[in-house]
Design a binder for this molecule. Structure first.
Ligand code: ZN
Length: 140
């Protein structure tokens, strides 16, 4: 395992805006605050969600769309640079009224309500293409 010791920096709590994209709001916030590396967790609810499943054999993302109200129970992720933008890598567990759940890598979701905790790190993380997985990973 490769690793990097990081110092904690700023911490935030935030409320996500109704009707806006869940991940996009986190990326906009990171840009506004100049956050180059962070972890976050959040909870709330969304009106729909688009998850990406990474097929390890084909090395391609497959999209699954859920056009229904779902609880975000929870979202967890990190913020780092991907090419020329900040990217909020976000994984979620989403539950339905009957308690069943779907989970995965969140691409988009329309926020119903959301609360977020963000812990910034005093470093800059920038993703690079990884030959083995064909993913953009941290070059630690
Ligand atoms: Zn992912």
């Amino acid at each position: 395992m490769n690793y990097l010791e990081v110092d904690g920096a700023r911490e935030y709590v935030a409320r996500l805006e109704h009707g806006k994209d869940w991940r996009g709001q986190i990326e906009d916030f990171a840009a506004e605050e100049g956050i180059d590396a962070a972890f976050f967790m959040g909870l709330g609810a969304v009106k729909d969600a688009e998850l990406l499943y990474y097929d390890q054999d084909d090395q391609e993302y497959v999209t699954e769309v859920f056009d229904e109200p779902l609880e975000m129970t929870p979202a967890i992720g990190n913020i780092s640079w991907l090419y020329d933008d900040r990217f909020a890598h976000t994984h979620v567990v989403l539950s339905r009224k009957d308690g069943s759940a779907v989970a995965g890598h969140l691409d988009k979701a329309t926020t119903f309500a959301g609360e977020l905790y963000v812990r910034e790190f005093d470093t800059k993380l920038e993703r690079e293409h990884d030959e083995v997985t064909d993913l953009d990973l941290w070059p630690l």
